[in-house]
Design a protein around this ligand. Sequence first.
Ligand SMILES: [Zn+2]
Length: 331
Amino acid sequence: MDRISVEQILGDSIVWDNHACMPLRPEDDHFLPQLERYYKAGFDVVCLNIGFDPVGWQNTFPMVSLFRRWIGLNSDKYLQVNSVSEIRLAKKTGRLAICFDIEGGSALNGDINLVQLYYDLGVRWMLMAYNKNNILAGGCQDEDTGLTEFGRQVIDEMNRIGMVVCCSHTGYRSAMDIMEHSQKPVIFSHSNAAAVWSHPRNIGDDLIRVCAETGGVIGINGLGPFLGNNDISTENFIRHADHIVQLVGPDHVGIALDYVFDQEELADFIDQNPDVFPPEEGYSTGLKMVPPEQLIDIMRGLRKLGYSDSDLRLIAGENHMRLAKTVWKEN
Ligand SMILES: [Zn+2]
């Protein structure tokens, strides 16, 4: 009997990209209609970044306000989702579900009360430190001094209210501290396997195993320097996914392309912050990234490797969905 097509599998599963980057300049809202590319490529859910440590905490509120208003004005195509049932509603009504994430706890400005506020605004995961140390934890491109007391309090608060704790961009020691401290599953929202390509942003097998033990998910990142050699081929992308599956099984791998819509803005960030994006680590203005339209090819490639239909569904988004069911609060 013929197997059902990859398109059919994607059509009847929840397909989820856990990290995409719109411009973080409120005046660049003309990029927002490009979110339609995700929907056309077969995605049901996309998690949009609203800030990261280097841009400063004051910027996150204008960004999330802009995104929320724009989604509201375009509610025929998009739905800002707060719960698993709203994700199902978005799919049922033919709309792209959007939630938010924050890359780095500096967005709290040292105030634990903001965790709940961000959650209420739709932020569903936050990572602790973005490449450099901050008041919560150590970064992966810094002298990591571990999770701080404030970092512990923030994790307790995230666990309490339903925000997923993420260790991408965080240093090794802090990541281990975070996974030990959290009472809920922890993710590496967008991190690749260091065993496939050595890079400070990629994670070793021990971190992958501990993440899986928490019940977490590792999202495969589509940026060339992390995939290796700036090679964004489907083959190279799958190498990272397959390494993690061989190590901990298909229940712990997802997709988080990290696609940046405004590549000029990315080039500016890279140029202006060489300590956060050191050129010797492959950060350059010629950085390539896997576009959302490559999803179908990635799924076909996994199938060719012998992955079952159920494995494809897990990786395409059902693993992220499980996390949401486990950690988010159903409102
Ligand atoms: Zn990132």
